[in-house]
Ligand binder design. Structure first.
Ligand code: NAD
Length: 493
């Protein structure tokens, strides 16, 4: 039996599990069911942690940090342990992919061939970076020697969303741990299974139990105590802007811990009439619908030059024939269910409201009840969307593309920037000068030209405006943000 079949079997038996991994601590006994969005059945149990679990995790993390067992380990040795972890993750790749599939409803093909390779890249890249980061020497005369060194920050909380469970774990934990911190992971309560497995594998590889602890549970019961804990030095958060704001408040009202926020988006795809549409259509569809559009950088607004708008919509509709909606366990599926019932209802409200607000349904709009009791929404296109509409301004996190047309370059830029978010954008044109001008004028952390991309692990990722605060995931920027700078100044008498 393959690792994937084994996970599916355990899911059918309701036997999957995630709970805290805190050395020497008896976890809270309270459990909540893990419900799969595929068919709304219970596939396992999740320990709903409490403030006591968080406190125990912080105690273990602090003790480990101060002991130097991980924070003081020689970088080459830390790298070796992390690379052993990477090897174990690679070995268990199919199992972790299948856990994300049944837990989040993500298509298994995406989990196997997109999420897991990117997850492994992130872990391996930061492991390799550990012993290649040098400090600096200040430009003094002979009377002094100034060393500018990087040190780990201390106890770091990583609070994760549900849309890319294994990958977001990697984006946060890999650099924070590589930099020598003690990390406490708080996965989203909807998707904690892969985080549990990844943490077990870390311990198996030799990461000390106190250097990487896991606390499972709801945002209120575990996320807030972590955000407010006086002995946590930093929280790195990915999730909604609304909850991100709360972490700034928790910090302000506790110990001014550092906060990094990676939040929501409403990213534009700007298409000029000189674009190579044959090459662009597949990219536009991926931007709009990849991961059921439960994607922070989802290109959910198509801002297209009026002269080609109808042609572009026709091509998108044609291309959508290849986007099979169905059970995410079917390797041919590209659109699985929404992650949970309340989220499905939120997406459905957008479907129902948009025509009433004046938008025209150009494609889709159905709810796939015939696929069982899961929360399926058909990829949908609304035309004639204006900046005044909620569909233009708010993050849907479901497969609804809003189309708006423009006449001039200035108008295109104004529309692209006309939301409170600034996470990502893509633009399509054959004119290099225009690509340069427009990409500079769009207020977003990542602008991809003639394609949809967040860049690879070398490229920092994060948002402008309400999409982010205080730092970046990925790239050496992420490694640096989990360190602090110390100056050691020798006076030569
Ligand atoms: P969310 O804000 O509801 O939850 C994120 C995390 O915060 C979860 O672990 C949750 O348990 C915790 N949380 C919830 N309420 C809390 C509270 N009151 N106090 C403390 N912690 C709390 O977000 P989500 O629904 O899991 O994820 C979707 C959001 O994440 C979208 O807005 C998406 O754009 C964003 N996202 C951003 C990026 C990025 O890199 N910018 C990446 C992925 C997802």
């Amino acid at each position: 039996m393959s690792a994937i079949e084994r996970v599916y079997d355990q899911a059918r038996a309701g036997a999957l599990y995630a709970g805290p991994l805190i050395p020497g601590f008896q976890a809270s006994a309270a459990r909540m069911p893990v419900v799969s969005p595929i068919d709304n059945t219970t596939i396992g149990a999740l320990v709903t942690g409490t403030a006591a679990d968080v406190d125990a995790a912080v105690g273990a993390a602090r003790a480990c940090f101060e002991s130097g067992e991980w924070s003081g380990m020689a970088p080459a040795e830390r790298k070796r342990v992390l690379l052993d972890w990477v090897a174990l993750i690679r070995e268990h790749s199919e199992e972790i992919a299948a856990l994300d599939c049944v837990d989040a409803g993500k298509p298994i093909t995406e989990c196997l061939h997109t999420d897991m390779p990117a997850t492994l890249d992130a872990f391996a890249w930061y492991a390799e970076a550990v012993d290649k980061c040098f400090g600096r020497i200040a430009p003094t005369g002979g009377d002094a020697l100034g060393l500018i060194v990087k040190e780990p920050i201390g106890v770091v909380g990583a609070v994760l969303p549900w849309n890319f469970p294994a990958l977001m774990f990697a984006w946060k934990v890999a650099p924070a741990l590589a930099a020598g911190n003690s990390v406490i992971v708080k996965p989203a309560e909807l998707t904690s299974l892969s985080a549990y497995r990844l943490t077990l594998l870390a311990h198996q590889a030799g990461v000390p139990a106190g250097a990487l602890t896991l606390v499972t549970g709801t945002g209120e019961d575990t996320g807030e105590p972590l955000g407010r804990h006086p002995d946590v030095d930093m929280v790195s958060f990915t999730g909604s802007t609304e909850v991100g704001r709360l972490f700034l408040k928790y910090s302000a009202e506790s110990n001014l811990k550092e906060i990094v926020l990676e939040c929501g988006g409403k990213s534009p795809q700007v298409v000029f009439e000189d674009a190579d549409l044959d090459a662009a259509v597949g990219q536009m569809l991926s931007a709009a619908y990849w991961n059921m559009s439960e994607n922070c950088s989802c290109g959910s607004r198509l801002i297209v030059q009026a002269s080609i708008k109808d042609a572009v919509i026709e091509r998108l509709k044609h291309g959508l024939a290849e986007w099979k909606v169905g059970l995410p366990t079917d390797p041919a599926t590209r659109i699985g269910p929404m992650v949970e019932e309340p989220h499905f209802h939120k997406v459905r409200a957008f479907l129902e409201e948009a025509p009433a607000a004046g938008a025209r349904l150009a494609h889709g709009g159905r709810i796939h009840a015939e696929l069982g009791s899961g929360w399926y929404v058909e990829p949908t296109i609304f035309d004639g969307v204006t900046p005044a509409m909620r569909l233009f301004q708010e993050e849907v996190f479901g497969p609804i593309l809003a189309v708006t047309s423009f006449e001039t370059e200035d108008e295109a830029v104004a529309l692209a920037n006309d939301t409170q978010y600034g996470l990502a954008a893509s633009l399509y044109t054959r004119d290099v000068g225009r690509a340069q001008r427009v990409s500079r004028r769009i207020k977003a952390g990542t602008v991809s030209v003639n394609g949809f991309s967040e860049g690879d692990i070398t490229a920092p990722f994060g948002g402008y405006k309400l999409s982010g605060f205080g730092g970046r995931d990925k790239g050496m920027e992420a490694f640096d943000q989990y360190t602090q700078t110390k100056v050691i100044w020798y006076m030569n008498a």
